[in-house]
Design a protein around this ligand. Structure first.
Ligand code: PEP
Ligand code: MG
Length: 771
């Protein structure tokens, strides 16, 4: 039965986990595919459109997907995620239903095999039972957006102020504004001068929210009454101070020449010379109208120009691939839109405008419609502008605007980047990005994160920094330092940060050492690719099982594995079978009452009591591998004996998996490495557990840190024993030891053939090996 997939978008991972657990309690049989896109990478609160898009793709099994969201920007992220969905198209609906009740209703109906329409309708109406049960409350009064003018003679005051908050005048700042305004004997109103919305009463957070004020908009604060001046002054200060949302707004350092508040949106630090993206194409002049006999031939230039722009964009889209390629393909579709060409042609034929001016005016008219169509549509204006500039450049035979070509690494500075610009960025050349505009969900932010390039947005005035000036950019804090000191530059260089090394790993004398990535899900695949990972050396599949009450279904697993395999087509992907137990307990396979879980039934040992879980997983890996082009290998965790290794290899071969290995992370296995190698094709050293078991030092105890150190000679000697027993077969390291640049050199010296580590550790290790 194909079920509707459900995606839960929340600011908080804990909240989403709890909501899903609660909803699943209502289902006894098969559960619908559910994926969570919640919280930030570092465990904080927030939502991320790229994560939402991944989650949608993950749960899509053909029956459509319903997305349930919590508040405000969750809705924005979900809307934006629709732009990033892979082909073929997925029928996705964003639910207007309440978060908890809607999720519960959706899960129940989806589990019953209901259609997407039915699931969506049920979720949307999920509050009805509660409302029927509880006493009726008078509905909230309709908010009067436009305030009645005061009678003449009442004292009044006015001030205009720019909104600096990256997320605009959303619920929290609106509530703060209401609280401040309430402290004065005055009627305060706010008008958004950009959109003309308002005046909205400052006594109503809803009215303020309907102003849809965004970062950079100018707000007019007006007050009447006895304390009008004081009220305007206080509200103005509140707005200027970003409503106290300092944690959300990057610091403006003493050396940042901007009046805005820069916001770090893609982590990492980098320094380099500024390259400024040229300003967009100037607005073409309104010359004398073309004479009637010139108009037809001028109009006939439009279609070929539009087709040529679309073809160039299509070519670019296929060159860069998803997710950026999908956005560029959408921009190409705008260029190819017959409605746009018609509008331009009629401006030429009917009004005698020059082709360039006609493009400008036609696009401006469409952009105005987009801007009025809500945040999601408004965010697409940048795509329209990209098409406009390319068309005008084509018509006037000027160079295509966009990222300048530079032969040396640079920090890219721009007013804003179109997806078409961001997508052609080479992470090896572009050290960091700083833009004057944009917020945390802008394309610049999403694409910079996907490429692993540190980025700061909202740095008003930064394009005034002269070309070639050295700047230091901190994509975490939002700090920008112009002409940093030698110490500051040295600190960035010493940290070896944010300069991915894309060349294949090798020693200085050219001996290849593939540098692979450790991942827990498809979420980190983009980073791994951006960091130059030559494959995946450890795919910790247990992350797809954690927090669940039973194993994911085979189709769910196939979908999850395929995403990773697809991203690494033609490259090695080592999948580790379920490693449950100890620090990763799974109620349906591990016994929580064991006195010593680290020495208990964990890793491969769980297969004896739960053979079906392993069989299902191997079937899913095999099916996913068949459907994709990656060179898939499979290994088992926590192998202690040669018999276990032989048994695992037989199981894998039975599922058609050709290349089979085991992890060596128990000293017993290291000691009998030769016998283990006789049964399998490769081993991967799990130095985290190998160190813990060799030193009898719990890896989770900070107090035993010195003992739990893979530099311990006994651990290194075991590693050497494994390399000596390999008989020419590959020996990888996938524990944290591989991420220590110095230790990596030692490991290669001991005979290790590949290293796998968290994606962002690759650069420093690659550099150390080459030194
Ligand atoms: C290890 O033990 O080194 C390892 C890579 O596995 P995990 O850290 O997942 O236990
Ligand atoms: Mg381990």
């Amino acid at each position: 039965m194909t079920m509707v997939g459900i995606v839960v978008v929340s600011h908080s991972r804990q909240l989403a986990d709890a909501a899903v657990a609660l909803a699943l309690e209502m289902v006894t049989g098969d559960k619908p595919p559910i994926a969570i896109a919640a919280g930030t990478e570092d465990g904080g609160t927030g939502t991320d459109a790229a994560k939402v898009a991944d989650a949608i793709a993950e749960v899509s099994t053909g029956g459509g997907v319903l997305v349930i969201m919590d508040l405000g920007s969750a809705v924005l992220s979900a809307g934006l995620a629709l732009e990033f969905l892979p082909d073929p198209p997925i029928d996705v609906r964003l639910s207007s239903g309440p978060f908890f009740e809607g999720l519960q209703s959706a899960v129940v109906l989806a589990a019953a095999g209901a259609s997407l329409e039915e699931v969506e309708r049920e979720a949307a109406g999920a509050l009805a039972p509660k409302q029927a049960q509880l006493p009726a409350v008078a509905p909230a009064p309709t908010v009067e957006l436009v305030e009645a003018p005061e009678s003449a003679g009442t004292p009044d005051a006015t001030a205009d102020i720019a909104l600096v908050n990256p997320d605009g005048l959303h619920a929290r700042p609106a509530a703060a504004l209401v609280a401040v305004a309430a402290g004065f004997s005055a009627r305060v109103t706010v008008t958004n001068l950009r959109s003309g919305a308002g005046p909205a009463s400052a006594s109503s957070p809803i009215a303020l929210a309907t102003l849809a004020a965004r970062q950079g908009d100018i707000l007019r604060i007006h007050a009447t009454g006895a304390e009008a001046t004081e009220a305007v002054h206080a509200v103005r200060r509140l707005v200027a101070e970003g409503f106290g949302e300092s944690a959300l707004i990057g610091p403006t350092t003493g050396t940042t020449p901007t009046t805005g508040r820069p916001l770090g949106v893609s982590p990492g630090r980098a320094a380099g010379p500024v390259v400024v993206v040229p300003p967009p194409i100037d607005e073409p002049g309104t010359d004398l109208p073309l004479s009637p006999d010139q108009r037809d031939s001028a109009a006939s230039r439009i279609s070929p120009a539009a087709q040529s722009v679309a073809a160039t964009l299509d070519e670019l889209a296929s060159r860069v691939g998803a997710p950026a390629g999908d956005i560029i393909a959408a921009t190409a579709a705008i260029a190819r839109d017959p409605g746009l060409a018609d509008a331009i042609r009629s401006a030429i034929v009917e009004r005698g405008l020059s082709p360039e001016r006609a493009v400008w005016e036609a696009v401006a008219a469409i952009a105005a419609v987009y801007r009025g169509g809500g945040d999601r549509l408004a965010a697409r204006v940048v795509d329209l502008s990209a098409v406009r500039d390319r068309l005008i450049a084509q018509l006037s035979e000027r160079p295509v605007p966009g990222i300048p070509v530079s032969s040396t690494p640079y920090v890219l500075v721009a007013v804003d980047l179109a997806p078409t610009d961001a997508a052609v960025l080479d992470p090896a050349q572009c050290l960091a990005i700083v833009t004057e505009q944009g917020g945390p969900t802008s394309h610049t932010a999403i694409l910079a994160r996907a490429l692993g390039i540190p980025a700061v947005v909202g740095a008003a005035g930064v394009t005034g920094v002269p070309e070639g000036t050295t700047v230091l950019v901190d994509g975490t804090t939002g700090e920008i330092v112009i002409d940093p000191t030698a110490e500051q530059l040295a600190a960035v260089a010493a940290a070896g940060e944010r300069r991915p090394v894309l060349e294949p790993g090798s020693t200085a004398d050219g001996h290849p050492v593939p540098l692979l990535a450790n991942i827990g899900s498809a979420d980190t695949v983009a980073t791994a690719l951006a960091e130059g990972a030559e494959g995946i050396g450890l795919f910790r599949t247990e992350f797809g099982f954690l927090g669940r009450t039973e194993a994911p279904t085979v189709p769910e697993q196939i979908a999850a594995y395929r995403k990773v395999f697809a991203a690494f087509a033609g490259k090695k992907v080592v999948v580790r079978t379920l490693d449950a137990g100890a620090d990763k307990p799974l109620p349906f396979v591990t016994d929580q009452s064991e006195p010593n879980p680290a020495l208990g039934v964990r890793g491969y040992r769980t297969a004896a009591g739960h053979p079906q879980v392993l069989a299902d997983q191997l079937a899913a890996i095999a099916a996913a591998a068949d459907a994709e082009q990656a060179r898939v290998q499979v290994m088992a965790p926590m192998i202690a004996t040669a018999e276990e290794a032989a048994e695992f290899a037989t199981l894998c071969h039975g599922h058609g998996i050709a290349v089979v290995g085991v992890m060596v992370e128990i000293p017993a296995a290291a000691i009998i490495a030769r016998e283990i190698f006789a049964e399998v094709d490769f081993v991967s050293l799990g130095t985290n557990d190998l160190t813990q078991y060799t030193m009898a030092a719990d890896r989770t105890l900070g107090a035993l840190g010195a003992l739990g150190d893979p530099w311990q000679p006994s651990v290194l000697r075991l590693i050497r024993m494994v390399c000596e027993g390999a008989g020419g077969k590959p020996v990888g390291v996938c524990g944290e030891a591989a991420a220590d640049p110095l230790l990596a050199v030692v490991l290669v010296g001991l005979g290790v053939s590949s290293l796998s580590m968290s994606p962002r550790s690759r650069g420093p290790v690659a550099t150390a090996l080459k030194a």
